[in-house]
Structures are given as structure tokens and as C-alpha cells.
Ligand binder design. Structure first.
Ligand SMILES: Nc1ncnc2c1ncn2[C@@H]1O[C@H](COP(=O)(O)OP(=O)(O)OP(=O)(O)O)[C@@H](O)[C@H]1O
Ligand SMILES: [Mg+2]
Length: 251
């Protein structure tokens, strides 16, 4: 089980400074265990803020966020976060980056080697175990990032525009691989993006937010069949959902 419940969450920044800014207003969400959820909304509507609170980086001003009934009050390796910028350590090889979490928690050399082997293979970096991050392309560094987060074996994956900086082909490949990993692991995913096609392609559920202060404007259940392939991107069904959601986003 890894169900997230967001209850009456409000976030106001700068209350103490006198110039307060209400960023999120009365957010209520139920994120089902093992589901793939994507949040879309215009820039500044509070998507990253909401995701960071799910990670436990700070608390809501009002309301609460619970994981399996327990209020989220701090970071925990059960919730792995992937940011837009990669968070790989430049001074560690690919393999050492991937096993970083288990290693600092005291996993043995043999356990680390096993984890490195498994995730290097699953994220498609075989042959690059000993490479340094500076020797990798942006897409490859993103793979290291994914492997690093997965190697921690989190229950929930929180992803903030992880593929935003990639070219279209690399982005589509990473989306397909992320879906593969999700099919294998069935982690609960909350993914933020600006890209509607990406959102619909990946999601069980697309959550559309309105502009600041961010509110939940609409939740669209996506019933496109799985596994999703490059053909899925061309279906009339996907395009019609895209049209519908596009009209809901404020430009
Ligand atoms: N720590 C902070 N202190 C003060 N204001 C903040 C803080 N973090 C975010 N904000 C403000 O909250 C608003 C929402 O920011 P947030 O990063 O959540 O937006 P977003 O929806 O992720 O936007 P984008 O799509 O551009 O990434 C912005 O106006 C931002 O300036
Ligand atoms: Mg953001």
C-alpha cells in the first residue's frame, strides 16, 4: 500500500515577511496505490510546491498530506524525488551514483554490487558502469538519476519535469522506459509536467491545476490501453483528450 491523501492543503509563502503569497488553495486529492498520476498546470500554479510537500521538504500552511494514514512531516526514503536538473554526483561513477543510497545506509559491498547490476541494466546503462557523469549525455544522466532513486526502493516516486530538458526523441524513449519500470515495480507515481501529450501518454489520471492560487480544476481518468506504444501517441483518443485538457489550461 502507498496511498497518498492530500487534505484541504493550502500553502502561503512569506507570512512572516508581511508580503504573503498564496500559492495553493484548498487542494484535495486521493492518489491511489500503484497508480500513475500526472499534474499539469501553467507555470507558477504551485505544482512543484505540491510535490515538495509530498516529499516532506516542508509542511503545508493548512491541511495535511498523508501516506497510508500517516502524516508526511519530513523526507523519507520511502518517497523518492526526481528533479528537473539531475542530481547525480559528478565525483562518483555511474555505478557508485546508483548504489549511493543503499551504501550510506550500510549495505554490504556485495549488496551494492547486486543493486548496481540490477538498476544499471534496467535503466539501460550497461557498459557505462565506470563512466563519470561528465562523460554522459543529458538523457544518460537522467537514467542515472532514475536508477539512483529506484535503487532506494521507494514506495512513491515524485518526479518534477524530469524529462523537461531532453530533446523530443530522448524524451519519448525515457517515457517509454519509465512506463516499463512502472509496470515492473508498480510504485505509486506523481509526475509533474508542462507537456500535455507526455501527461496523457503516461498517466492513469491527469490532474489539471488552475493558475495561482493553484486549485484542482479537473481530474481526467485516462483509459488508453496499456502497454502504451508510439502508436498510442497517434490515436484519435489521445488527441481528443489533449484538445479537451488544452482548453482547460490558462495560457
Ligand atoms: N520557497 C518559496 N518561497 C517563496 N515563494 C515561493 C517559494 N517556492 C515557490 N514560491 C512561489 O510559489 C509560486 C509557485 O511556485 P512553483 O514552483 O510551485 O510553481 P510551478 O507550478 O512548479 O511552476 P513551473 O511550472 O514554472 O515549475 C511561484 O510564484 C513561486 O515564486
Ligand atoms: Mg515547477
Amino acid at each position: 500500500m502507498s496511498k497518498i491523501i492530500v487534505e484541504k492543503v493550502t500553502q502561503t509563502f512569506g507570512i512572516d515577511s508581511g508580503s504573503s503569497l498564496k500559492v495553493l488553495d484548498d487542494i484535495n486529492l486521493e492518489i491511489e496505490s500503484s497508480s500513475f498520476n500526472v499534474i499539469v498546470g501553467t507555470s507558477g500554479c504551485g505544482k512543484s510546491t505540491l510535490l515538495k510537500m509530498m516529499a516532506g521538504l516542508f509542511l503545508p500552511t493548512e491541511g495535511r498530506i498523508c501516506l497510508d494514514g500517516n502524516e508526511i512531516k519530513g523526507t523519507d526514503r520511502r518517497r523518492g524525488m526526481v528533479f528537473q536538473q539531475d542530481a547525480v554526483f559528478p565525483w562518483m561513477t555511474v555505478a557508485k551514483n546508483i548504489s549511493y543510497g543503499p551504501r550510506i545506509r550500510g549495505a554490504s559491498r556485495a549488496e551494492c554490487a547486486e543493486i548496481e547490476k540490477k538498476w544499471i541494466e534496467l535503466v539501460g546503462l550497461k557498459g557505462f558502469e565506470s563512466s563519470w557523469p561528465r562523460e554522459l549525455s543529458g538523457g544518460m544522466r537522467k537514467r542515472v538519476d532514475l536508477g539512483r532513486v529506484y535503487a532506494n526502493d521507494p514506495d512513491v516516486l515524485l518526479m518534477d519535469e524530469p524529462f523537461g530538458a531532453l530533446d523530443v526523441q530522448t524524451k519519448e524513449r525515457m517515457q517509454a522506459e519509465l512506463l516499463n519500470l512502472w509496470e515492473i515495480t508498480k510504485k505509486t507515481v506523481v509526475f509533474v509536467t508542462h507537456d500535455l501529450e507526455e501527461a496523457i501518454f503516461l498517466a492513469d489520471r491527469v490532474i489539471v491545476m488552475s493558475a495561482r492560487p493553484g486549485r484542482i480544476r479537473h481530474v481526467e481518468e485516462i483509459s488508453l490501453p496499456r502497454p502504451r506504444t508510439s502508436e498510442t501517441r497517434l490515436t484519435e483518443e489521445l488527441l481528443s483528450i489533449k484538445r479537451k485538457l488544452w482548453s482547460m489550461l490558462e495560457h
